[in-house]
Ligand binder design. Structure first.
Ligand SMILES: Nc1nc2c(c(=O)[nH]1)N[C@H]1C(S)=C(S)[C@@H](COP(=O)(O)O)O[C@H]1N2
Ligand SMILES: [Mo]
Length: 323
């Protein structure tokens, strides 16, 4: 390469100082703009503005709650909060990330196998399941063991209606539930944060209680994936983790079934897990809760406010022992 001496450089090649300065400013501006854009993107990613959840299919023929169900006049938690702050470890342990990770979860076709100690075992597809009993709106409080709560207008039907159809045998004393196990569709099942599939259980009288429902929707629409589509249990007087999502198996059994959280930490999570402000979790108090969307704390109510309906299920039991 021949290095030209300055006097040999034609004036046409010499960049005018003013232009040069302008270009330098332009480049600097472009770099700054690029940084701002990148930072904005980073900021957005870190804060993950919840993508609005697409509204689900409108559920037909939803009736008002059964007259026997005492309704709460408490303000409903917003659709936005219910669908963007979730516990669903199959997708993520980050409550704010579940919605995004579950957004493409396909729940059709879907079957629920009901088996075990019953006269009439049956595999239900979703449409069969929705026809077992009229769909009702049930406005329930949901109290998570972590200390937050929501008020959710579920759509569902009493679990009892399903159990009556399959006819439990006289030696059936418990009901065991299982979530789908499919790591291709539930990506966090490739990790070992929990033993998969997620399993839960109820005593048969708890399962038959009129407040216990299988939910297929909320706010009048099909359940969004992050809330347990297409069908999940809701037991409003127990901590939220009992309300198992995306159920594929229901089995009537004689002995108390294993449950995911009590296997994970038996001293922290019991089989019953009734909401109880007087029985602290070993690592924190359960006396109060934060209602999502509100400031400050509320007092937690025994049996989550459903004592009148359910306390009699536990007469004679020491709730500190059977936590
Ligand atoms: N299969 C399954 N079901 C689950 C969970 C889960 O991680 N996996 N989390 C539970 C917990 S801890 C709570 S509080 C509720 C939360 O329900 P939501 O996200 O609809 O509010 O779902 C429960 N059901
Ligand atoms: Mo929870």
């Amino acid at each position: 390469m021949v290095i030209k001496r300055p006097e040999q450089i034609p004036s046409s090649e010499i960049t005018d100082k003013k232009v040069y300065l302008n270009r330098r400013n332009f480049m600097r501006g472009a770099a700054m703009l690029a940084t701002v854009v990148a930072t904005g993107e980073l900021y957005r990613r870190l804060n993950e503005p919840p993508q609005p959840t697409p509204r689900g299919e409108k559920l037909a023929g939803v009736q008002p709650p059964a007259p026997s169900v005492r309704s709460t006049s408490e303000k409903l938690t917003s659709f936005e909060d219910i669908t963007s702050y979730n516990n669903f470890y199959e997708f993520s342990t980050d409550k704010g990330a579940v919605a995004r990770k579950a957004k493409d979860f396909v729940t059709r076709p879907w079957t629920v196998r009901v088996e075990g100690l019953v006269n009439k075992p049956k595999v239900y597809d979703l449409d069969d399941l929705m026809k077992i009993a009229p769909l009702e709106e049930r406005i329930y409080r949901l109290r998570c063991v972590e200390g937050w709560s929501m008020v959710i207008p579920w759509v569902g039907f009493p679990l009892k209606a399903l159990l009556d159809e399959v006819e439990p045998l006289s030696n059936a004393r418990y009901v065991a539930f299982e979530t789908l196990f499919d790591p291709k569709r539930m990506p966090n099942q490739t990790t070992s944060v929990l033993d998969w599939p997620y399993v839960e259980g109820l005593r048969l009288d708890e399962a038959m209680h009129p407040l216990t429902i299988l939910a297929t929707g909320l706010y009048g629409e099909a359940l969004p994936p992050q809330d347990g589509a297409p069908v999940r249990l809701v037991v409003p007087w127990k901590y939220g983790f009992k309300s198992i999502k995306s159920i594929v198996n229901i089995r009537l059994v004689a002995d108390q079934p294993k449950t995911t959280w009590s296997m994970y930490a038996p001293n922290e999570y019991g089989f019953y897990s009734n909401v109880n402000p007087n029985v602290p979790h070993p690592r924190w108090s359960q006396a109060r809760e934060r209602r999502i969307g509100e400031y400050g704390l509320r007092d937690t109510l025994i049996f989550n406010g459903y004592a009148e309906e359910v306390a009699s299920l536990y007469t004679g039991m020491d709730l500190k022992v059977n936590f």
